[in-house]
Write a protein that binds this ligand. Structure first.
Ligand code: NAD
Ligand code: UDX
Length: 480
């Protein structure tokens, strides 16, 4: 029986390994992590991450050929294939702070693999890493290996949160990069055999190591760039009376462009896009390509602009002040169907409103109060100017209430902001909400989920990203 061990039981390691175990009953999969509570949660009824369909898959395989453990060294030692799926955040200090990927966790995992291994292994980069990381990892492994042979492969993960199970079951492609030596090709084949249990062969792409590593950064940069492009258009739509949904539809009908990933929004969030683009920017700078670096930086600048623009629109439309006004925040996760809040635009919008002294009442079906308070108190890393901003004062934190119901959140509020596109926000009883709000009552739809015209009939003043503006909003132009 082939044995797989995955280091890192996070949003990628957990679901990815669960699907491998589910589709490959002849393979034993152990997911290991240094975090005791995380592993305990994977072994419990309440998994550490919310992901539609994940519970079923884990329940079917756990204890049979899928295991979660904190005995990292033991399972690494026993494995034939070791996936490394640890976090690779942006460096917050030292050389490259604010841009470069922090490979501390990766390096310590690699050193540990070298230390504990007693047999040859294939080591798979699952984490998103800078191009050429495999070379550094190879050096660590071979210099510390006591003669054991390691083959390193790059197998970046393309799943998106909220749809991870579907993405893993039916991937557009699986990408495997390896050395162009006979041993490298043999390792590629071994990993290909794992995916071939359920992925059609023509969808398993094989490349050299550097192409695989760079393709992951490139894919995320292209995806984020589409969102910044449509968000840039949304500002122009508001200025001209065009409707961004109609523009995106017309543009996306061109088969060369395609219709997906063109939803204008308050801005993209998530643990990947910003981090990976900053990483790409840093690599370009290090390779003497400042123009290319500038080009990709602009994708993040537009994203920041979009979040600021949203806050400014709220404040300006409420007579230029939200001081002590209650604002309801519907949705805090970075997208629907996840409880993940990493880099969620909600953090910036809430901080912007708190900066203007608003009182916030936040509701999200999957994010805990603790998590929101932590996010809002956290130091923010300013990517363009590596400065640590001050955390919020305890008095500011007191201005945040977290509630478990959209009606409670909006009661007596002056305005409501939709920041995550949860399906339930489409079908709320907006008449009931309107009746219980202060007047004039505002809706600021950061995800274009509600029907603005229906809400206007109820009496709301409605702002929807990139849609023609109400006369009220036109009279109070927001300064970006
Ligand atoms: P995560 O923070 O959810 O999980 C990483 C886990 O690794 C943590 O539980 C941490 O405790 C563990 N870990 C760190 N160092 C360790 C060590 N030395 N030994 C054992 N465990 C260790 O991160 P994630 O979201 O799963 O992302 C992991 C990687 O995958 C990142 O490089 C990310 O860029 C990439 N990625 C993420 C997504 C996504 O949607 N989240 C998608 C594709 C790729
Ligand atoms: C992304 C990539 O899609 C995935 O391939 C990669 O493996 C990890 O990073 P993820 O961040 O989980 O996945 O979710 P994604 O669906 O890409 O959404 C990212 C952000 O963009 C969210 O905040 C989402 O709301 C926003 N978004 C997405 C838009 O604003 N408009 C869109 O049209 C699509």
């Amino acid at each position: 029986m082939v044995k797989i061990c995955c280091i890192g039981a996070g949003y990628v390691g957990g679901p990815t390994m669960a699907i491998i175990a589910y589709k490959c009953p002849d393979i034993e999969v152990v997911v290991v992590d240094i975090s005791v509570p995380r592993i305990a949660a994977w072994n419990s009824e309440q998994l550490p991450i919310y992901e539609p369909g994940l519970d079923d898959v884990v329940k079917q395989c756990r204890g049979k050929n899928l295991f979660f453990s904190t005995e990292v060294e033991k399972h690494v030692c026993e494995a034939d294939i070791v996936f490394v799926s640890v976090n690779t955040p942006t460096k917050t200090r030292g050389l490259g702070a604010g841009k470069a990927a922090d490979l501390t966790y990766w390096e310590s995992a690699a050193r540990m693999i070298a230390d504990v291994s007693k047999s040859s292994k294939i080591v798979v980069e699952k984490s998103t890493v800078p191009v050429k990381t495999a070379e550094a990892i190879e050096k660590i492994l071979t210099h510390n290996s006591k003669g054991i042979k390691f083959q390193i492969l790059s197998n970046p993960e393309f799943l998106a949160e909220g749809t991870a199970i579907q993405d893993l079951l039916y991937p557009d492609r699986v990408l495997i990069g390896g050395r162009e030596t006979p041993e490298g090709q043999e390792a590629i084949k071994a990993l290909k055999d794992v995916y071939a249990h359920w992925v059609p062969e023509e969808q398993i792409l094989t490349t050299n190591l550097w192409s695989a590593e760079l393709s992951k950064l490139a894919a995320n940069a292209f995806l984020a760039q589409r969102i910044s492009s449509v968000n840039a258009m949304s500002a122009l739509c508001e200025a001209t009376g065009a409707d961004v949904t109609q523009v995106a539809y017309a543009v996306g009908k061109d088969s060369r462009i395609g219709s997906k990933f063109l939803n204008a929004s308050v801005g993209f969030g998530g643990s990947c896009f910003q981090k990976d683009i900053l990483n790409l920017v840093y690599i370009c700078e290090c390779n003497g390509l400042p123009e290319v670096a500038e080009y990709w930086k602009q994708v993040i600048r537009i994203n920041d602009y979009q979040k600021n623009r949203f806050v400014n629109r709220i404040v300006s439309s409420m007579f230029n002040t939200v001081s002590n006004k209650k604002i309801a925040i519907l949705g805090f996760a970075f997208k629907k169907d996840t409880g993940d809040t990493r880099e969620t635009p909600a953090i910036d919008v809430c901080k912007g409103l708190l900066g203007d002294n608003a009182r916030l009442s936040i509701y999200d079906p999957q994010v805990t109060e603790d998590q929101m308070q932590r996010d809002l108190s956290m130091k923010k890393f300013d990517w363009d100017h590596p400065l640590h901003l001050q955390p919020m004062s305890p008095t500011t934190v007191k201005k945040v209430a977290v509630v478990w119901d959209a009606y409670e959140a909006t009661k007596d509020a002056h305005g409501l902001c939709i920041l995550t596109e949860w399906d339930e926000f489409k079908t709320l009883d907006y008449k009931r909400i309107y009746d219980n709000m202060q007047k004039p009552a505002y809706v600021f739809d950061g995800r274009n989920v509600v029907n603005g015209d229906e809400l206007r009939k109820i009496g709301f003043i409605v702002y929807s990203i990139g849609k023609p503006l109400d006369a009220w909003l036109k009279d109070m132009p927001a300064v970006a």
